[in-house]
Design a protein around this ligand. Structure first.
Ligand code: KG4
Ligand code: ZN
Length: 343
């Protein structure tokens, strides 16, 4: 018996993603991004994103089907991100998914974007471990989640109380005069001879007092301000800013806090697996530090390849596939888009 063929649609932010999977095998992952249209604004503009999704939707579905070598009528179920995310952007994907499911007379599965970020790992490493902490770090979220069984959802343990980790990378990149989105440029600048110990920037929410209330929460806005102040004072004194060193020192502070709290969360739940996802999971220092610290703590790390860590349709198809395989009931065709969907 062949595994079910699932088509997944993702439109929660600025990527129009359509993924096709059979079981846990990825057949296609087509993506159209409006990131360049947002670059000049230094952040994603919701209205621009919605319009871009509308234009890209059908061509991206077509491209995914061509790559997978299937016809839309071969699809057994349609999965779509129904939240959380930008309301107008989500609506485009949800409407497209409903139209497809209705016209094909196939079941529709509305899925949570964060759970989909976790499920994507099945495409690379197979079944998820029973009991894992997932750390999702992107431009839109920074969360620690406990995952027992992905088809039952995820439990939030903590999240950022201000900026998302990727947002901090993007804002600091701007301060340093690097392009948007800044994460990859900071990563590269740091690798290019940056001294991680050049300045010790603050580690948010790690003091004993903060830990009492925010053990698994993050805060990056103080760090961002500290970097901005440091850079401004240098410039005021007419001195050059050593971009590589500052990038490395900033990155070190972010990765230090992320890995420390993720490992504490694993210990708290007694889990021996840490999954990392989201755009910031592509960060080379984060991967290295997580490997080192987790191996010392007896925790196995699972990080999908960078292309699967960022927003894409494959992750939605992957979660849809897990739901179908587990025999879960589909969503009603009246499925709403829920921009502030609880996890
Ligand atoms: O998951 P993603 O593509 O979109 C969402 O925000 O949901 O994540 C994008 C974020 C951006 O903030 C980008 O700067 C960051 O991920 N990013 C990185 C790296 N590559 C992407 N941050 C640090 N290091 C990287 N190598
Ligand atoms: Zn995301």
């Amino acid at each position: 018996k062949t595994e079910p063929l699932i088509l997944g649609i993702e439109t929660s932010c600025d990527e129009t993603g359509v993924g096709i999977v059979r079981g846990q095998t990825l057949l296609a992952d087509a993506i159209a991004s409006s990131v360049e249209e947002h670059a000049r604004f230094g952040g994603v503009v919701p209205e621009v994103a919605s319009r871009a999704h509308l234009e890209a939707m059908v061509p991206t579905i077509r491209r995914a089907c061509e790559t997978a070598g299937i016809k839309p009528t071969d699809v057994d179920a349609v999965a779509v991100t129904s939240g959380p995310g930008l309301a107008g952007a989500l609506l485009v994907g949800v409407a497209a998914a409903k139209g497809l499911a209705l016209s094909l007379d196939k079941p529709l599965y509305g899925v949570n974007h964060l759970a989909a970020h976790v499920a994507v790992d099945t495409l690379e490493h197979g079944d998820l471990p029973k009991g894992a902490i997932a750390m999702l770090v992107s431009g839109g979220h920074s969360s620690l989640l406990a995952v027992e069984d992905i088809t039952e959802g995820v439990q939030p343990m903590g999240s950022t109380i201000d900026d998302a980790a990727g947002e901090a990378f993007d804002k600091v990149a701007r301060v340093l005069g690097l392009p948007f989105p800044g994460g990859p440029y900071i990563d590269k600048a740091a690798q290019d001879g940056g001294d991680r110990l050049y300045v010790r920037f603050p580690r948010g929410l790690t003091s004993q007092r903060d830990l009492e209330r925010h053990q698994f929460d993050f805060s990056f806005s103080g760090l961002k301000t500290a970097v901005a102040r440091w850079v401004e004072s240098r410039r005021r004194d007419g001195e050059d800013v050593p971009v590589n060193h500052i990038a490395a020192a900033f990155q070190e502070a972010v990765c230090d806090v992320l890995t420390r709290k993720a490992i504490d969360a694993c210990k708290d739940r007694g889990y021996e697996h840490l999954l990392i996802g989201g755009g910031v999971a592509a960060n080379s220092r984060l991967r290295q530090m997580a490997e080192e610290r987790c191996s010392a703590a007896g925790i196995a790390v699972r990080v999908p390849r960078p292309g699967l860590c960022t927003d894409n349709g494959a992750m939605v198809a992957a979660l849809g596939s897990e739901l179908v395989r587990a025999g879960k009931a589909p969503s009603p065709l009246g499925l709403p888009a829920d921009s502030s969907m609880p996890i």
